[in-house]
Design a protein around this ligand. Sequence first.
Ligand SMILES: Cc1cc2nc3c(=O)[nH]c(=O)nc-3n(C[C@H](O)[C@H](O)[C@H](O)COP(=O)(O)OP(=O)(O)OC[C@H]3O[C@@H](n4cnc5c(N)ncnc54)[C@H](O)[C@@H]3O)c2cc1C
Length: 359
Amino acid sequence: MCNRNVTEKCDIMIIGAGPAGSTFARLIDSAKYKVVLVDGQTDKNSKPCGGLLAPDAQKILAEFDLSLPKDVLVDPQIFSVKTIDAHTGKIRYYPRFYMNMDRFSFDKWLLSLVPREVDVVNGKCTQINACGECFNVIVNTNMGKVNYVCKAVVGADGANSMVRRTFFPSYKTKSYVAIQQWFATDEMNPFYSCIFDPKTSPSCSWSIVKDSYFIFGGAFEACKCRENFEKQKKRMESFGFTFSEPIKTEACMVLRPTLKSGFCLGGGGVYLIGEAAGFISPSSFEGISSAIKSGTVLSEAINKSGLRAHKGYEHKTLHMRLRLLLKCIKHYFMYTPFFRKIIMNTGIQSIELKKQIHK
Ligand SMILES: Cc1cc2nc3c(=O)[nH]c(=O)nc-3n(C[C@H](O)[C@H](O)[C@H](O)COP(=O)(O)OP(=O)(O)OC[C@H]3O[C@@H](n4cnc5c(N)ncnc54)[C@H](O)[C@@H]3O)c2cc1C
């Protein structure tokens, strides 16, 4: 390994190659701008995620005439979600048209679409400073430290965004700790479920099968999160869940935008996209569609107006922000036990499972 300490110049530095960063890197005019995309994700530290591609995200990929490679998908594909309210014991099935995928393969595929003019760097951004009209971005790579001097920074670095914490420390929104465990299974059931258990979490939990793995995860208040996760697993045994020794446990922060906090789009040459900006559904934690959408509209704004395109970006995200704020209202009804009980009792939008003699 050679140790180097070098300075490089570019126009746009993108921190994070999740769906938001890779989409922006794919669409920004890389003939006009020198662009660097940095990410330190490997299969060992990949993003904890349910890996479900919702219809909104499928629609955006369709708008780019993109189709998903088969090796991104996993077994089984899903047509419904089993919703369990542990508070009342009520269970309902709702139709869902998600694609079940391997999240790390999905991120790799999106990254493979980035044009070769974009410099993709494997490393971790450790520090960013504004320096007059420019920014100094320090990146640790396995070749040593690199100091990038750039004219604009795009923070696509997810829920715990360092870019957001550095430049917009006053932006605060609700957050949870998401914990997921992977178990070996050869069963396809119980496949996809959504669980409400107010005794252990004010948010929700989920279970899903991916090839030969069964995943159980949930979002918890940071205080006693691990204890509550284990308590919830125990409580789920009465709903038919059995848990063997986990193969792996993963955790990360997940944001929940609120009507009060709104979103953090950036300013002064710093842009935030994807979950770093707070773009995630507060009701379902579906965030891939908003990540791709925000990366798309930021590239359009900068391609049109140059490196200080904050007004254009604000304007182009208006529709998306309104939709997510409406979901804050949906969140209120879904997560208040009283209203959830009424909704689930009515059976509105649910499906009845047909009896099958041979199963
Ligand atoms: C447990 C869980 C389950 C979820 N399930 C779903 C689901 O099924 N479907 C769905 O649509 N959404 C789901 N979401 C939400 C979804 O994962 C996010 O909203 C989405 O990944 C956001 O994309 P992004 O590109 O903004 O950020 P991310 O996907 O978080 O990507 C950020 C990238 O930045 C990199 N990065 C961060 N800091 C640095 C740094 N300092 N230097 C270099 N690189 C850095 C990371 O390595 C990462 O690759 C889930 C979230 C959680 C927590």
